[in-house]
Design a protein around this ligand. Sequence first.
Ligand code: SF4
Ligand code: SF4
Length: 574
Amino acid sequence: MNVSIEVNSRVIQARKGETILSALNRNGIRVPTLCYMSELSPTGACRLCVVEVEGRDNLVTSCSHLVEEGMQIKTHSPRVVRARKTLVELLLSNHPDDCLYCERNGHCELQNLAAELHIRERKVLRKSFSQKLDLSSPSIVRDPAKCILCGRCVRVCDEIQSVSTFEFVKRGCNMYVGTTMSRDLNFSNCIGCGACVMVCPTGALYERQNVAEVMDTLSNPELVPIVQVAPSISVSIAAEFGLKPGKDINGMLYAALRKIGFKYIFDSASAADIATTEMAEELLKRKENGTQLPVLSSCCPAWVKFVEQWYPELIPQLSAVKSPQQVMGSLIKNYFAPANELNPSKVYSVSVMPCLAKKFEAQREEMTTRGLSDVDSVISTRELVRLIKLYGVDLQNIESQHADKPFHIRSSAGKLFGISGGTAQALARLIFFKLTGKDLVESKITEVKLGQGVKAFSFKCAEKTFTFAVINGLQNIHNIIPELINSKTPIDYIEVMACPGGCVSGGGQPYEPDKKMVKLRAKAILEIDEADGIKCAARNPIVQAVYQEFVGEPGGELAGKLLKTRYSKRDVLL
Ligand code: SF4
Ligand code: SF4
C-alpha cells in the first residue's frame, strides 16, 4: 500500500513501512550518508541523512524513520545543509590531512562530501587518533587514524560474513573500532574477504598493494613475468576506462597486459577447467566409497580459512584440489617453464584476481613446490586498473589480442567460476559428460529446496542422482552448514563463496556501491556462456593436452603432487 508524502513541495508516493531515505532514493532524491547500507539494519550513526519534517522540532535521520501519510519533508533546506556541514566539519576535525597520499584519494566518500558541502578550511581542531597502522595482513591494511566510526565494517563483517572481526571499543569520545583483544588483523579471525574494504567510506581500510613489486619485476631483465587473469576480470573493468559497464573486454585486456610488459598471458579459466577435471575425479571417488561427503568447494580462500578456524572437523570434506589460481601457478612453474626451457626460479608469476583473500592464499606454505611459490604476486582488479593507467595504455583504442598458448583456450564453464553457482555448474556438466558422454542440458536439471539462503539442484546420470548446493555470502552459515551436512538429503557437493554473488562482487573489484554493476558483470558472464561453443571442461582441448603431455591421469600421482593441497586447523581468537 502506498502513502503520499510531500518532499521539497512535490508530492511523491512512498511504500507503507519503508524509511524516508528509501522513499527518497526510489524517487531520485539523493541524501548523503556515511553509515547506511541498504542490506543491513540502519543505525543512524553518522546522522548525515537528516531531513527537516514539518511539525518536528529536531531534524530526523531519514535512514531510521518511517514514512507517514501527509509527511512534509525538506531534504536540502538551509538548516539541513548547515547541520550536515557541521557534522562533516566535526568528522574532519581529527582526520589526517593527507588526501593526496591516501589510498582512497578520488574514491573517498568523506572527501566527496566535503567537496559537495564546499568545506574549504578546518573549522574545528581535535587531537588526532594515534592507533598504529596495521600492516600485518597480506590482504588488508588498516589505518585507524582515518576511521570515522561509521560502523559499516563492524556490521558487514558481523551481519553479512558472520565473522565479527571488528567491534566498537570504549565509549564516547574515546570510542574506536578495534579487533578482539586488539590483535593485529593477521592474528585475528579475519578471513581476508575484503567485504569491509568495499564498504569503508574512507582510507581506514584498503588492500595490501603489490603493484610496486610487479613493476620492479617488469623492469628486471633477469626475470620472466607471466600473468594469469581470473574469469571475472574481463567483465569488471570496462567502466573504469569509460567503456560500457559490464562489457567483456577480454581481448583488449590481454593486449594491454602485453603492452605493459608481461611476457606470457594466460587465462585462469583454462586452469579452472583443469581444477574441475580433478574435482570431478575426487567427487566420483568419494561418492563411490561413500566417504567425505558432501565435498566442500575450496576455490574461495576466505571460505577455506573460515572452515580452518570454525569447523576444523570439516577439513577432510574440503576438496583437496587447489583453486584455479594455484593450479595455474603450479602448471606455469612445473609444466610450462621446463617445456619452454625457462628456469622456474626465474619465472615471476603474477595473478590478477577480484579477491583480496587470494593474496593470502598465494602466501600459504602449502602452495609451494620444491621451495618455489606457485604464485609470486597477486594484484586485485583495482590494482590492475592502476597498472594499466600508470603505463599509459589507452584501452579505448587498442586492438584485441589472444592469450598465450598453452592456456589460451577455456570452456565457458571455466568462465562461470566468476559467479556464484558457476563452480557447481561446471562440475555438474563435467560429471554428466564423464558418465554419459553427453552434454548436461537445462531440462535434465531439477531445482531442489534445501532451506533459506541455499540454492540447490540435482541431476541423474548412470543410475545415480547427484545433488549440489550453492551458498554465497557467509551470512547464517553457522546455522546452514551443520544442518546441510547432517540433513537426510544426500548432498554430494556444496559450493561456498564468501562474497555475495561470487567473485564478480569480490573485495578486490572496483569500488562500486551500486549493486546494478555487479548484476551487469554476472549477466555478461552468463551471456558468454550462452554464446560459447565449448561449454564443458571435457571439450577443452587444452585440458586433454595437459593430461596427455604432462599430468597423466586425473587424480594420479603427479596431480596429487602439483594440483592438490592440504588444509589444517587454525587457532585464532574467536
Ligand atoms: S574502519 Fe571504515 S568502515 Fe570501519 S568504522 Fe572506520 S570508517 Fe567506518
Ligand atoms: S576482510 Fe572480511 S573477515 Fe576480515 S575484517 Fe573485513 S569483512 Fe571481516
